[in-house]
Write a protein that binds this ligand. Structure first.
Ligand code: AMP
Ligand code: MG
Length: 325
């Protein structure tokens, strides 16, 4: 396994490896992806092996521009073209009816495919140079915290990834919004940086919001996902400092992901103060959780941030990080 700054030589090498059916991790604006040639079933199978991900959990195919939509999807509704025009390149994945050639390994055996044009110069250069679709879920082991830096990818996958394109920290920090356009009505499957209200405004229609029943189709919606190995719990801001005091009596080493409570420091606790703005909070969320997780603490306590629209994807990930079912 090898990491290189994503210059022209590195991109060429990555393309060469992808053509050979090997795995290349690369930065996108959301999180780092673990990429394979989406038209090569064997290569795609390697993604599942490397992640330890069950084969029925479909992958997102990354494409270089909306001009490539018809190579991967059929019966594309107008809504998809409208959303592509507004939000691509960007953190929105669309589920559409798949083109006959799309391997079932990519789609988890379904007749639909998830497509996205990422908004990151390295991802776009790679896609253009490769001149094909790259299937890429987040470059972490199944159900673990997604990587937002190349070091996280190495930590997660070690030698299970052939090459890593180094591209700094991801700007958005949480996974893409996923919208299903393969049915009669558009459905929101996963919350992300692009909000439900933004999409509804552009489409001038209401989205059906996913319930937990559709978990199998979207592992991103599973209750336990994005979870640290250390047990993590989420508590309201106003009672947070009292809760911390209580936990200090029960546990030796406690990690705190604090939002706006100034907490009394002591030798038992490791505190990360999170940024006040939603965008910066999202950018730092996974790296901060990972940092606390690596300290081998007894428990991580998270102070509830605001719950408004801009914070919905963050709250979704916090609930999943702290869920035990
Ligand atoms: P990840 O890139 O690790 O966030 O995982 C990709 C996400 O896209 C998962 O939540 C998948 O379930 C979802 N996804 C990909 N293809 C489909 C599909 N055809 N139908 C529903 N969800 C999909
Ligand atoms: Mg993932």
């Amino acid at each position: 396994m090898n990491t290189m700054p994503a210059n022209d030589t590195a991109i060429k090498h990555a393309v060469h490896l992808l053509r050979q059916g090997r795995l290349v991790a690369f930065p996108t604006e959301t999180v780092y992806g673990l990429g394979a040639d989406a038209s090569n079933s064997d290569a795609v199978k390697r993604i599942f092996q490397a992640k330890g991900r069950p084969a029925n959990h479909p992958l997102i195919v990354h494409i270089s521009s909306s001009d490539k939509l018809d190579d991967w999807a059929v019966d594309i509704p107008d809504m998809a073209r409208i959303l592509a025009t507004h939000f691509w390149p960007g953190p929105l994945a669309m589920i559409l009816s798949k083109q006959a050639n799309v391997p079932l390994e990519v789609t988890g055996g379904q007749q639909t495919v998830a497509l996205r044009v990422p908004n990151h110069p390295v991802a776009l250069s790679l896609l253009k140079a490769f001149d094909g679709g790259i299937a890429a879920p987040s470059a972490n082991r199944f159900c673990r915290i997604s990587p937002t830096q190349s070091a996280h990818v190495r930590e997660e996958l070690g030698d299970n990834v052939d090459f890593i394109l180094e591209g700094g920290s991801c700007q958005v920090g949480v996974e893409s919004t996923i919208i299903d356009l393969s049915g009669d009505k558009p459905k929101l499957l996963r919350l992300g940086h692009i909000t439900q209200v933004e999409i509804e405004t552009v489409l001038n229609t209401q989205l059906i919001v996913n319930s937990r029943q559709s978990d199998i189709r979207a592992p991103g919606m599973m209750a336990v996902h994005y979870a640290p190995t250390t047990s993590a719990q989420l508590y309201p801001s106003d009672s947070f400092s009292n809760i911390v005091e209580e936990f200090c009596r029960q546990y030796k080493k406690i990690g705190l992901l604090a939002y706006n409570q100034q907490l009394k420091d002591n030798s038992q606790i490791s505190i990360i103060y999170m940024p006040e703005q939603a965008e910066a909070y999202a950018q730092n969320l996974y790296a901060s959780l990972r940092e606390l997780d690596n300290l081998k603490l007894d428990i991580i306590l998270i102070e509830q941030p605001p719950k408004s629209e801009l914070w919905r994807a963050i709250n979704d990930r916090l609930l999943k990080a702290t869920s035990t079912v």
